[in-house]
Design a protein around this ligand. Structure first.
Ligand code: VGL
Ligand code: ZN
Length: 190
């Protein structure tokens, strides 16, 4: 069994723009919410939500020659957590991608690998040794967050049914994570 008192649940980018109808909708993104809300009621040391939080002219947007349509602009409805996410269990929020000139897929480090979001320090301060990760999108921000968690030395779990990806085939993303040391365990394992 996983000792939840030394574990944090990390909810990656569960925001309106990544849900159906949003600016960068992940197919079936809304299908994870029951599992996520259930997980969040378990007695984790902390429940940490990451929030993609971009300035209007962010470098990742197509108008700036980036790969993505404008999404999760700071302070907009698209950047909000959905009403269907039960907010009460969330103990901390980590915002990422906040600087104009760099993006952050990982909840730990910007893509330049130099700028920290503060998540590692937060987890260390809380005495967390294990992290359980779910959210959107499996093949981008969930994967990057899980790989960094492994590299920082956390025992890292991903909950497959509480994730959805942008690409159609989740298998390859999950396989890649497993190969790099991430453990896959479904909701009832916690
Ligand atoms: C994400 C693309 C751009 C994600 C964020 O949360 O996976 N993907 N920004
Ligand atoms: Zn983004």
């Amino acid at each position: 069994m996983i000792d939840l008192s030394r574990s944090a649940l990390i909810l990656v980018d569960i925001q309106n723009d990544f849900l159906p109808g949003g600016a960068l909708a992940v197919p079936e993104g809304d299908c994870i919410l029951d599992a996520v809300n259930m997980l969040a009621t378990r007695p984790f040391r902390a429940v940490i939500a990451t929030q993609d939080w971009h300035p209007e002219n962010h470098c990742s947007f197509t108008a700036q020659s980036g790969p993505w349509p404008p999404h999760c602009v700071a302070g907009t409805h698209g950047a909000d957590f959905p009403e269907t996410l039960t907010p009460a269990p969330v103990t901390h929020i980590i915002r990422k991608g906040v600087l104009q000139d760099r993006d952050s897929y990982s909840g730990f480090l910007d893509n330049d690998r130099a700028t920290s979001t503060g998540l590692d320090g937060l987890l260390r301060g809380l005495g967390v040794e294990q992290v359980v990760i779910c959210g959107l999108a499996l093949d981008y921000c969930v994967a990057a967050t899980a790989l960094d968690a492994c590299h920082y030395g956390y025992c890292t779990y991903v909950v497959p049914e509480a994730c959805r990806g942008i690409a159609a085939d989740p298998g390859s993303a999950l396989e890649k994570l497993e190969k790099q040391g991430v453990l896959l365990k479904s909701v009832d394992a916690y």
